[in-house]
Design a protein around this ligand. Structure first.
Ligand code: NAD
Length: 362
C-alpha cells in the first residue's frame, strides 16, 4: 500500500535537516519496500515569498491528502516585520488547526552518549525516556470569555477561562493511553484537581477510561509535584498526559533535561492517528546555510511517524537504533560536539545514520 508523506521543509535550517530525514526514509523505503511516496510543499516564509501566504491553498490540499506530514521549521529574521496574519508561524498554526491536531507528543530522550550535555547529574538523566502528551487545541489558551476589561472602580482586569468538555478530555485520554500501550504501559495524568474543578473532571474522566486499558497502569499527580519530580527523579516517568498549559510548561522542562535541542522530535496527531512530525527546535537562522545543523531531531521525528501514524514499530526501532549507533561511532554535529569526538556536517550525520542502518540488524 502506498503511504503519502507531505514534506514541508520550511525556512532556515529546515531544508537542510529535512533532506537528511528523507535520505534515511528513502533508504528504508527501498530496503523494506515500505511504499512511501514523498511530495514537497511550501510553508512559512518560503511560502510567503512565493505566494504572499504562509500556508497557501496548494499546501492545504497537499496536507489534507497526505497520510502524514514531515515539517522542518518556519520563521526567520527576514519575515519578522511582516503583518502578524502572514508571518511564517501562522502557517504552522494554520496547519495544526486545518488537520485538527489535538494531541501533541513531546518525548524527552537522553542518549547515554550525550549525558554530559544535561545540566543535571548524568546518573539522574542518562537513559531518560519520557513521553509527554499535551492537549493542544483546548484549555485556557482557547477558552472563552477572555480579555482585559475595565472594572467599575476603573481598575483593569485580565481574565482567561480554563475549560475542558468531557469529550475533549476523553479524546486526549484515549490518545495518551494508546501511546502508553506502545511504550512501557505506565501513564501519569497531571492535573491540579485539588484547586481547579475543570481538572477534577479531567481526573475523573481519565480514571473512567482507564478501565478500557487494563494493560496500562494509570497514576495521577498534581502539576506542582510533577514539575518537581521531573527535575528530581525524571526516570520515574514513562508517559505523561496533561492539559494544554501544563503540557506547554512541563514539556519544555523535560526537553531541557536533555540539554540538546537538536536531538528532540515531536508529533501532533489527529483523532485517527494522522500526524504532523517536526523537530522541537526552530529554524535556527543563525546557522542556516552553513551545513552544520543537527538533523537527528528530524530523523527521529521520521521514526515517530513510522511508529504512531504508520504503525511500523520495527521501522521506528531501526531508525532509533541507527541514531544510537551513529552516536556510538562518535560522530557529532557542532551542537553536541565534545572533545575527542569527530565533528561532522549535517549531511555527514545523515550519512552516518544511513550507514548504521546498512550495518545494523533488521
Ligand atoms: P531555534 O530553535 O531556531 O534556535 C535556538 C538555538 O538553538 C540557536 O542558537 C540555534 O542555532 C540552535 N539550534 C536549533 N536547532 C538546531 C539544530 N538542529 N542543530 C544545531 N543547533 C540548533 O529558536 P529561536 O532562535 O528562538 O527561533 C528562530 C526562528 O525559529 C524564529 O523565527 C522562531 O519563530 C522560529 N521557531 C520555529 C519553530 C517551528 O517551526 N516549530 C519553533 C521555534 C521557533
Amino acid at each position: 500500500m502506498t503511504q503519502k508523506i507531505a514534506v514541508l521543509p520550511g525556512d532556515g535550517i529546515g531544508p537542510e535537516i529535512v533532506t537528511e530525514a528523507i535520505k534515511v526514509l528513502e533508504y528504508l523505503n527501498a530496503d523494506m519496500n515500505l511504499g512511501l511516496e514523498f511530495e514537497h510543499g511550501l510553508i512559512g516564509g518560503a511560502a510567503y515569498d512565493a505566494t504572499k501566504l504562509p500556508f497557501p491553498d496548494a499546501t492545504i490540499d497537499l496536507v489534507k491528502q497526505a497520510d502524514a506530514v514531515l515539517l522542518g521549521a518556519v520563521g526567520g529574521y527576514k519575515w519578522e516585520s511582516l503583518d502578524i496574519a502572514v508571518r511564517p508561524e501562522k502557517g504552522l498554526l494554520g496547519l495544526r488547526s486545518e488537520l485538527q491536531l489535538f494531541s501533541n507528543l513531546r518525548p524527552a530522550i537522553l542518549y547515554p552518549q550525550l549525558a554530559g550535555a544535561s545540566t543535571l547529574k548524568p546518573e539522574v538523566v542518562a537513559g531518560l525516556d519520557i513521553m509527554i502528551v499535551r492537549e493542544l487545541t483546548g484549555g485556557i489558551y482557547f477558552g472563552q470569555p477572555r480579555g482585559v476589561r475595565v472594572l467599575e472602580n476603573g481598575e483593569k482586569q485580565g481574565y482567561n477561562t480554563l475549560v475542558y468538555s468531557e469529550s475533549e478530555i476523553r479524546r486526549i485520554g484515549h490518545s495518551a493511553f494508546k501511546i502508553a500501550q506502545k511504550r512501557n504501559k505506565r501513564l501519569c495524568s497531571v492535573d491540579k484537581a485539588n484547586v481547579l474543578e475543570c481538572t477534577e473532571l479531567w481526573r475523573e474522566i481519565m480514571t473512567e477510561i482507564s478501565t478500557e486499558y487494563p494493560d496500562v497502569e494509570l497514576s495521577h499527580m498534581y502539576v506542582d509535584n510533577a514539575s518537581m519530580q521531573l527535575v528530581r527523579a525524571p526516570k520515574q516517568f514513562d508517559t505523561m498526559v496533561t492539559t494544554n498549559m501544563f503540557g506547554d510548561i512541563l514539556s519544555d522542562t523535560a526537553s531541557m533535561l536533555t540539554g540538546s535541542i537538536g536531538m528532540l522530535p515531536s508529533a501532533s496527531l489527529d483523532v485517527d492517528g494522522k500526524g504532523m512530525y517536526e523537530p522541537i527546535h526552530g529554524s535556527a537562522p543563525d546557522i542556516a546555510g552553513q551545513g552544520i545543523a543537527n538533523p537527528l531531531a528530524t530523523i527521529l521525528s521520521a521514526a515517530m511517524m513510522m511508529r504512531y501514524t504508520f504503525n511500523q514499530a520495527s521501522v521506528a526501532d531501526r531508525i532509533e537504533q541507527a541514531v544510537n549507533m551513529a552516536l556510538d561511532a562518535n560522530v557529532r554535529t557542532t551542537d553536541i560536539y565534545s572533545e575527542g569526538m569527530q565533528k561532522v556536517s549535517t549531511s555527514e550525520m545523515g550519512d552516518a545514520v544511513v550507514s548504521a542502518l546498512q550495518s545494523g540488524e533488521k
